[in-house]
Design a protein around this ligand. Structure first.
Ligand code: HEM
Length: 92
């Protein structure tokens, strides 16, 4: 297992810490148990950043799985997440 992917070497991230990163300049998302800093990706996303903003600072698996209209992201999109990994979401 990749130690970074497993969230080792960094304390697990709490929902409170996650919630501190909830704007366009500083946007973290928790997706399926891992936390990603997608700030640098927001300007590259195919939609305006406003589509992603409601998911910043929170559990965003639903956003990633539905794109807001019931359709999952492609495997390519899911793979891109790895570039933005920060650590594991704490199990509370
Ligand atoms: C969690 C909140 C997010 C929402 C609500 C969202 C929504 C959308 C929407 C509406 C589209 C365009 C319509 C479509 O392709 O069907 C799209 C496309 C796309 N998004 Fe997102 N997105 C989110 C997060 C992300 C993240 C974090 C990434 C990558 C790091 C990403 C990567 C992509 C890519 C690559 C596409 C092109 C189509 C595809 O590959 O599925 N998105 N997204």
């Amino acid at each position: 297992t990749d130690p970074v992917a497993a969230g080792e070497g960094r304390a697990a991230i709490s929902l409170d810490e996650l919630a501190a990163h909830k704007n366009e300049e500083d946007c973290w998302m928790a997706i399926e148990g891992k936390v990603y800093d997608v700030s640098a990706y927001l300007p590259k996303h195919p939609t305006p950043a406003a589509v992603l903003l409601p998911w910043c600072g929170r559990e965003a698996t639903e956003g990633m799985r539905t794109k807001g209209y019931g359709r999952d992201h492609s495997p390519v999109a899911w793979g891109m997440l790895e570039d933005y990994l920060v650590g594991a979401l704490a199990r509370e």
